[in-house]
Design a protein around this ligand. Structure first.
Ligand SMILES: Cc1ncc(COP(=O)(O)O)c(C=O)c1O
Length: 250
């Protein structure tokens, strides 16, 4: 934003992370030299803030069509797009075919130690390469890192269903705990967003730390993410620590 002199204009999604196409069209600024020129629609799938909800192909098309109708380029922040594809049981291309560019993370659910990929037309990638060079973020001899990315794409996609199942299971256990508000039916992928009583989030985080469980604090909205390499025993450990802490707090 700072480097590109970009002005952000956030649009409220519904609780499932879907952007109403009418809101997209209304958000486009009229041609007026007092106002920034609207050029890009950026959408996210899965939608982190909506507890990792997956948007299906029809929803992706509706949002992208609204952007294109207004002459915008459409970018998909698909940091977790493979989670969406696995959750919906569709090829990932079904979710990306209507957008102009995509980024996705090899880290996160795909479990690489490092790496994100940008995908787009040849001209777009040439421009992205130029920006990468200008920002000084190019790397040489990255094959050793990229190899992990190939392993991820070959063997780590389908297994993400385990993360989704674990998340749903954890959320159903959490729904029974004192002071926690979460709807297990809402959990579709690997992210569990849950509410705790106002102003208790940081206290819960520091009590959990004493119990050996790390979680980001916050006022009353907390997040748990399931991941490869975390065993069922680890989940049990975390769930019982959370249960103990919530009994104290609530
Ligand atoms: C939705 C979303 N988009 C983008 C990113 C950034 O990914 P990276 O900078 O690792 O490519 C993240 C990472 O946390 C994310 O959650």
């Amino acid at each position: 934003m700072v480097l590109g002199s970009i002005v952000l204009y956030p649009i409220q999604t519904d609780e499932f992370g879907f952007l109403n196409p009418e809101y997209i069209k209304e958000a486009v600024k009229p041609r007026d030299y007092h106002k920034p020129t609207t050029r890009l629609l950026a959408i996210e799938n899965t939608h982190n803030a909506s507890s990792g909800r997956a948007l299906d192909a029809e929803q992706m098309k509706a949002m992208a069509d609204a952007g294109h109708e207004k002459g915008l380029s459409v970018h998909l922040d698909g940091a977790r797009i493979f989670n969406a594809a696995v959750a919906l049981d569709v090829p990932v291309a079904d979710l990306t075919e209507h957008v102009d560019s995509v980024t996705f993370c090899l880290s996160k659910g795909l479990s690489c130690p490092i790496g994100s990929i940008v995908v787009g037309s040849e001209g777009f990638i040439q421009e992205a390469d130029r920006w990468r060079k200008m920002l000084g973020s190019g790397m040489r001899q990255v094959g050793i890192i990229a190899a992990a990315g190939l392993v991820a794409l070959d063997s780590m996609i389908e297994r993400m269903q385990e993360d989704h199942d674990s998340a749903r299971h954890i959320a159903s256990r959490m729904a029974e705990m004192n002071g926690i508000s979460v709807d297990p039916e809402h959990i579709q992928t690997n992210i569990i967003r849950f509410k705790v009583p106002p102003h208790t989030g940081n206290q819960i985080a520091s009590r959990l730390k004493e119990e050996g469980v790390y979680i980001n604090g916050g006022d009353s909205d907390l997040r748990i993410v399931t991941h490869y390499g975390v065993t069922n025993d680890d989940y049990e450990f975390a769930i019982s620590a959370l249960d103990r802490v919530m009994r104290e707090i609530a």
